[in-house]
Design a protein around this ligand. Structure first.
Ligand code: PMP
Length: 406
């Protein structure tokens, strides 16, 4: 133990969980034997923990593009995009992404986290940021690093956002900037983008949307929640990641020329950080082309999502007493992410472990990430088979209703 460090109680919980063999984080994935299959700590399991929504992270066209990208450009730019690291592959990806998303311009970053963090340079004393309480940590951190005030509104509660906006921004003559995810990462609920946009624009402000979990997934063209809700022109700035539907790693900000030019010069998470590695950029470019040209992947994903929700929420596999998943719905559709509330304390980890032992790799989120209590997150992808989904839902039912699980 470092003598200078204040020991966090989290470490004691982690140590105890490791001793009991139920620690659910930093697991060794020893292999990826097939689409949606992983070997975790030597146990073969179906992967419902990752966000590889379209199954592109192991698509041979994408992995080949990464290998070719490494051969052509090397493994690293060894510098930021600003200084030494804008290669042709970056330029090509930025242009194709801007074209796909129907935006003036795009700036790439090494991760989606950094794309959001870079936004901090846009927030100054003339603004008031209004942020959904369930926003991802990276959006919250961007606001903390910026110089604008912050008001957090209740999750997806436009009326609350408007009230805070009137009290905080209008009264003080500040420009409101509303910041939200498009589809929320935990549970995938769609944000009321048209209403939020109207609220921001009414006061000559802007709407900034993180499309990490919806770009590639929602909309007939895969352009995300704004396309799905028919309000693309009303979203001022869009951020996203390549680490989910786009099968690679990296982040981006898409928006008007002057916004992107400002971020290029002042976005510290871009200016002072290594550029997106060329193999990742090449993989993202190949994946993006598949996202655009193979809408059938999205159709499979949505069929799988509907099947997952039907079986979890009332289908024949569930009996009374099993918590209903917090279904992901957007205009009547069940999205690819389902969250299932589980009991607090070690029991949540025992449930997670029981699923893994039975061949299902799920994600477990604990407070403070989930202030209302632990949630199991089950993410379905285009690669899952019907029988994998049915086995999963039957198992969730069995494990959650078993009194002997601990
Ligand atoms: N935004 C949201 C909503 C996310 O869920 C994530 C990833 N968990 C990020 C941003 C960060 O993306 P990345 O993994 O590319 O850093």
């Amino acid at each position: 133990m470092a003598t200078w460090m204040t020991r966090s109680p989290v470490l004691d919980v982690a140590t105890q969980a490791r001793t009991q063999g139920i620690y659910p984080y930093f697991k060794d994935v020893n292999g990826r034997p097939g689409p949606s299959q992983v070997v975790v700590d030597g146990t073969r399991a179906v992967d419902f923990a990752s966000s590889d929504y379209l199954g592109l992270a192991t698509d041979p066209r994408v992995t080949r593009a990464a290998a070719d990208g490494a051969a052509q450009w090397g493994t690293s730019c060894s510098g930021s995009q600003c200084i030494a690291g804008t290669f042709s592959v970056h330029r090509e990806l930025e242009e194709e992404l801007a074209d796909f998303l129907r935006r003036d311009a795009v700036l790439l970053t090494a991760t989606g986290y950094q794309a959001n963090l870079a936004l901090a340079c846009l927030f100054d004393q003339s603004h008031l940021v209004l942020a959904d309480r369930h926003n991802h940590a990276s959006l919250m951190d961007a606001v903390r690093l910026g110089r604008a005030g912050l008001r957090s509104f209740r999750h997806n509660d436009t009326a609350h956002a408007v009230r805070l906006l009137e009290e905080g921004a209008t009264a003080a003559g500040l420009i409101p900037l509303i910041v939200t995810e498009g589809a929320f990462s935990l549970g995938g609920a769609p944000a009321p983008l048209p209403l939020l946009a109207a609220a921001a624009h009414h006061r000559r402000g802007a709407l900034i949307v993180d499309g990490a979990h919806d770009i590639g997934v929602y909309g007939a063209g895969g352009r995300g929640m704004a396309e799905h809700l028919a309000c693309e022109a009303e979203v001022d700035v869009l951020t996203g990641t390549f680490s989910k539907a786009i099968g690679s790693v990296g982040g981006f900000i898409a928006g008007p020329h002057d916004v992107i030019a400002t971020l290029r010069h002042l976005g510290r998470a871009s200016v002072y950080a290594a550029a997106l590695p060329p193999p990742a950029a090449a993989a993202a470019l190949a994946a993006l082309r598949i996202v655009r040209s193979e809408p059938e992947r999205r159709e499979t994903l949505w069929r799988n999502a509907e099947h997952l929700h039907r079986r979890l929420a009332g289908g024949q596999t569930l009996s009374a007493g099993v918590p209903t998943p917090r279904a992901t719905t957007a205009a009547g559709q069940a999205g690819p992410v389902a969250t299932v509330p589980v009991p607090s304390g070690p029991e949540a980890m025992h449930i997670w472990r029981a699923l893994l032992d039975a061949g299902v790799y799920a994600a477990l989120f604990l407070p403070p990430s989930t202030p209302d209590g632990p949630l199991l997150r089950l993410s379905v992808t285009a690669s899952h088979t019907t029988s994998q989904i049915e086995d999963l839902t039957a198992l969730v039912h069995q494990v959650l209703s078993s009194p002997t699980r601990v």
